[in-house]
Design a protein around this ligand. Structure first.
Ligand SMILES: Cc1cc2nc3c(=O)[nH]c(=O)nc-3n(C[C@H](O)[C@H](O)[C@H](O)COP(=O)(O)OP(=O)(O)OC[C@H]3O[C@@H](n4cnc5c(N)ncnc54)[C@H](O)[C@@H]3O)c2cc1C
Length: 295
């Protein structure tokens, strides 16, 4: 909670950092760097199994059966999938699968992406709007599968930062709620329509003529995010950032199987792009040190 509060307060003090260009430029840049250093990237190759022999992770098997061996295996995929499906309960130390099953993924998002006529009259691109102060009640509602009418929401205007997002004369907006995977009543078309209406009504406080300017509108739910990322329940930030899953209590970057490491938001320090990158850097250093010692 203290970490999240510090993060939110840093926004007020230093402003919000956004990537120059598009978000996907970041992984593309990392991929380019890997290739320049002699690495080979296999996009669109789904790992099905982590090969464990003699209690040691020695490689991966991808969909279709092809295998690759390695001196170290790193997973930033969903932690439950990594341990329970890619490895399997039988190869895990006692108590490990029970621990995983008792952990709680973070909330996801319901997002509506809009293409609108003209430029939105906003003073900044990233707006987090809190219509009321009782955030604990909001989180209790989310945990109960509800998104209350006066929920906090995001109003982002990507084309204000990157005009190439939209054709000339138009702009892009994203409206989103934190959302539970297990929405009461399920994620059907009716639920999506209600939430879009709710978001548009709330956003009208900041952009009164928004509705009549919308020319394109597409929505995504936690189910979409789960399908796109493989993250269980569409978790936006890995494990929920609650005391019993934060700091020392988050899954360690060194997995309980020799040769297997974690990176990303399911391990420490936690959720978010900067934290996921920091975990990757620390994991890479750990492995580098180990490999140098073994030489
Ligand atoms: C809607 C939304 C908005 C967000 N906004 C922000 C924000 O404003 N600021 C911020 O800091 N954070 C934000 N986050 C959180 C941030 O995006 C994540 O915490 C971060 O991307 C986690 O990085 P990662 O590498 O751990 O996991 P991911 O980004 O989920 O990457 C995991 C990768 O593994 C791949 N994968 C999964 N399973 C397999 C498999 N079996 N085989 C091969 N590949 C596999 C996936 O395709 C994916 O590419 C947001 C998240 C969401 C969903």
């Amino acid at each position: 909670m203290i970490a999240m509060a510090s993060l939110e307060m840093s926004y007020l003090q230093e402003g919000v950092a956004v990537l120059q260009g598009k978000m996907e430029d970041l992984p593309l840049l990392l991929a380019e760097n890997l290739t320049q250093r002699g690495g080979t990237l296999y996009p669109r190759h789904e790992v099905k199994k982590i090969i464990v022999t003699g209690g040691k992770a020695i490689g991966v098997q991808i969909k279709g059966g092809q295998t690759a061996t390695a001196r170290a295996v790193i997973s930033n995929a969903d932690a439950t999938t990594t341990f329970l499906q890619m490895i399997g309960e039988d190869s895990l130390p006692p108590g490990w699968s029970k621990r995983l099953k008792g952990m709680r993924p973070s909330f996801s998002y319901f997002i509506t992406y809009l293409g609108v006529e003209g430029q939105p009259a906003l003073s900044c691109s990233n707006n987090e709007v809190f219509p009321q102060y009782d955030l604990e009640q909001e989180y209790r509602s989310l945990a109960a599968g509800e998104i209350p009418a006066a929920s906090s929401y995001y109003l982002l205007a990507p084309s204000l930062v990157n005009p190439s997002h939209a054709p000339q004369g138009y702009s892009t907006l994203c409206l989103s709620y934190k959302a539970p995977y297990h929405l009461t009543g399920g994620w059907d078309e009716g639920a999506k329509k209600t939430l879009v209406e709710q978001l548009l009504s709330q956003a009208a406080d900041m952009l009164p003529d928004l509705r009549r300017r919308v020319v394109v509108q597409v929505s995504s739910t936690p189910l979409t995010i789960e399908r796109m990322t493989g993250n269980r329940w569409g978790a936006a930030y890995g494990w929920a950032q609650i005391p019993r899953q934060a700091g020392l209590y988050r899954l360690s970057r060194v997995a309980p199987i020799a040769g297997l490491y974690l990176a990303g938001h399911w391990t420490a320090p936690g959720g978010g792009v900067a934290a996921a990158m920091a975990s990757g850097e620390i994991t890479a250093e750990l492995i580098g040190n180990r490999l140098r010692e073994e030489q």
